[in-house]
Write a new protein. Structure first.
Length: 412
């Protein structure tokens, strides 16, 4: 069959997409990844889907299209959309101080030296705003500082839930309020904490638990019926086993459906990393954003709000700092912002590099290997889900291959 004959009405060659399948299958065959679900839409049409390998490798349960994945930081764009919905409803403004909603973060003090004493501080020149939270520039988060380990300790990894202190949202905010800011509001991009704060803020503004608001206003309208902060018993058989790569090679089980940390609704639903979802659910979320806030006649955000969400707000100076340091010292993130910027909860491509997303594409991956990309130039939305703990989700080889082999299939 010729390439012309094999073209799908999405403009993707089915022959060339076969190359993508062969490469993804290779990761499973080599034992590097247990299983994968990949899904691509272009021009509004489903162009590709593949389920590869095992949902549970030891029990030989095949991967399914509706397998549930812990999407971790892919939660962040969802939380950002929920916050922007509050702006559109007139409940809060982007640049108003958040002191009334988040009194724990009012009257902040700032460390004179991020690596120095947390007691050597001065008053913050202004209050924290919603814009600061959405752009991760409130002044506190994961990054290099003398209080880094104390800030990081507030993060609850549900796969290790038995070892983590459990705090409800108010207690968590009170604990966070004990820390000074590491930088002045607006000065530096710092990871993760802002999204968890956004989750608390949304609950306080709406007067509803975060999951209730998300369910009523976002998930149900979009048909995201399998997206939640926990996995009820009737869905437990669809949850993928979470693996981690052993130092000596191979995969070891980190979280299993029988004893999963996602079994019960969490005391603190993390707006930064708590959701479980499926490829189809997240694809609908991404396609809504790709379509400027609307999908199948359901409008979640306005076109202008989505444009604001996918604008790079980092300053030239902020582009020179990754501010994304973890315990892994062997992972180089120094060039994190060379070819991308940050909008509201998403990274935005600012320069095209190689065979992949064009300028204006937006995304945000998850620590357990999940990733997605929405490309307005190509009218393309692609989701890749797997469950293997990754040292560096921004630069996984399987993620790079997924993008390169998706884009090489475009022939229109």
């Amino acid at each position: 069959m010729s390439e012309t004959e094999s073209i799908h009405h999405s403009g993707l060659s089915q022959e060339r997409l076969g190359r993508l399948s062969r490469v993804l299958h290779g990761y499973v065959e080599r034992g590097e990844i247990a299983g994968i679900v990949a899904l691509i839409h272009r021009h509004g049409a489903e162009a590709y889907v593949d389920t590869i390998g095992w949902q549970d490798r030891e029990a030989q349960i095949p991967m399914q299209r509706d397998t549930l994945f812990r999407i971790m930081s892919m939660t962040k764009p969802v939380t950002a959309v929920a916050a922007l919905m509050q702006v559109e409803e007139g409940r809060i403004r982007l640049y108003d101080p958040l002191d009334a909603w988040l009194p724990e973060l009012a009257n902040r003090m700032v460390m004179r030296d991020p690596q120095g004493s947390p007691d050597d501080v001065y008053p913050a020149p202004r209050s924290i705003t919603l814009h600061d939270l959405l752009t991760y520039r409130l002044g506190i988060g994961w990054g290099k500082s003398s209080i880094r380990s104390r800030i990081f300790a507030l993060f609850t990894d549900l796969s290790q839930v038995e070892h983590a202190e459990q705090l409800d949202p108010d207690a968590w905010m009170a604990r966070l309020g004990e820390f000074p800011l590491v930088y002045e509001p607006g000065a530096r991009w710092l990871y993760h904490v802002a999204s968890d704060i956004l989750g608390v803020l949304i609950a306080r503004i709406t007067g509803k638990p975060l999951e209730t608001f998300l369910r009523e206003s976002l998930f149900d309208p979009l048909g995201m019926m399998d997206t939640s902060f926990s996995v009820p018993p009737e869905k437990r058989s669809r949850l993928a086993v979470l693996y981690t790569q052993a130092p000596a090679g191979g995969l070891t089980v980190q979280d299993h459906p029988r004893s999963t940390g996602w079994a019960d609704p969490p005391l603190f639903p993390s707006g930064g990393g708590g959701l479980v979802s499926t490829a189809d659910d997240y694809q609908r979320f991404g396609r809504m954003l790709l379509n400027k806030g609307e999908l199948d006649g359901i409008r979640i955000l306005s076109r202008k709000t989505v444009e604001a969400m996918t604008t790079d707000y980092l300053t030239p100076e902020q582009h020179t700092h990754s501010s994304f340091e973890f315990d892994r010292v062997d992972v180089d993130r120094s060039g994190m912002w060379d070819n991308r910027g940050f909008g509201y909860g998403v990274a935005v491509r600012t320069r095209r590099i190689g065979l992949g997303p064009g300028v204006g594409s937006f995304s945000w991956p998850g620590a357990y290997g999940t990733t997605w990309t929405a490309d307005p130039q190509e009218d393309l939305m692609a989701t890749l889900l797997l469950q293997t703990v990754s040292a560096n989700p921004f630069y996984t080889q399987v993620g790079e291959d997924f993008l390169a082999l998706t884009y090489q299939a475009i022939i229109d």
